[in-house]
Design a protein around this ligand. Structure first.
Ligand code: FMN
Length: 220
């Protein structure tokens, strides 16, 4: 598939088959992603990939915090209040997902249940935590975003789907403790990946994009 075809056909997948991606293939994908560009080639990504029993354990630990009523405590600035067109698009994406899952806007319990699936990696066999040294700030975040996008496209090329997740940076405590991530390093965001479950209702969600002129100016 060409890159253009991949971009035309991709969407965030939030329901996976339990089948894991073979380790050889993971090695190839993550090796290829090492070629990602970064500012001054600093390559700041410190990537934690969790699978199997360890994925289950960290998922349970994050869910225990959430069920215990703990408020999110991300290590980076994530609580931007979207305004105007950004807010409209934010609602559009939430609406696409909840309509696909047949969840009414006012059904808070069902929305919370759907939200909770973030910390179960949406049933995926693998989850990623994208971490970096905290002092890097916005420049590190740019590099990690580019790296994550590269990974997700390399995966899609091989028929492996994914969903990026800010949610995976919201309860960093159990992840950092379980995997000995030092205090000076933070979890920026995460991603679940694996093979799409075509029957999962969440995977019927589709989002729109603006016409080119809304986002891009060509000047000559
Ligand atoms: C940085 C980033 C964080 C995201 N965080 C979440 C998340 O926590 N949970 C979720 O379900 N989707 C998350 N998404 C997926 C977006 O909602 C999705 O990419 C957007 O609505 C566009 O839809 P599409 O990916 O299907 O084209 C995230 C995407 C990005 C790029």
């Amino acid at each position: 598939m060409s890159l253009t075809d991949i971009l035309q056909s991709r969407y965030s997948v939030r329901g996976f088959l339990p089948k894991p991606v073979p380790q050889d293939e993971l090695n190839e994908i993550f090796t290829a992603a090492q070629r990602s560009a970064s500012n001054c080639n600093v390559q700041p990504w410190q990537t934690l990939v969790v699978s199997g029993e360890k994925a289950k354990a960290v998922s349970n630990a994050m869910l225990a915090e959430i069920m215990g009523g703990k408020a999110p405590y991300p290590e980076f600035e994530w609580n931007v209040k979207y305004q105007d067109a950004h807010r409209t698009r934010q609602f559009g994406s939430a609406n696409a997902l909840y309509s696909a899952m047949d969840i009414a806007r006012e059904d808070k319990a069902a929305r919370n249940m759907a939200m909770g699936r973030n910390w179960q990696f949406f049933g995926a066999p693998h989850g990623i935590f994208f971490t970096m040294d905290k002092y890097l700030g916005i420049m590190g975040a740019v590099d990690l975003g580019i790296y994550a996008q590269t990974l997700s496209l390399l995966m899609k090329e091989r028929g492996i789907d994914s969903c990026m997740q800010g949610a995976l940076g919201q309860f960093p405590g159990p992840v950092k403790e379980m995997f000995n991530i030092p205090e000076e390093r933070g979890i920026l965001f995460g991603m679940s990946f694996g093979y799409e479950d075509p029957d999962h209702a969440a995977n019927a969600a589709r989002t729109e994009r603006e016409d080119l002129g809304v986002n891009v100016r060509f000047e000559a």
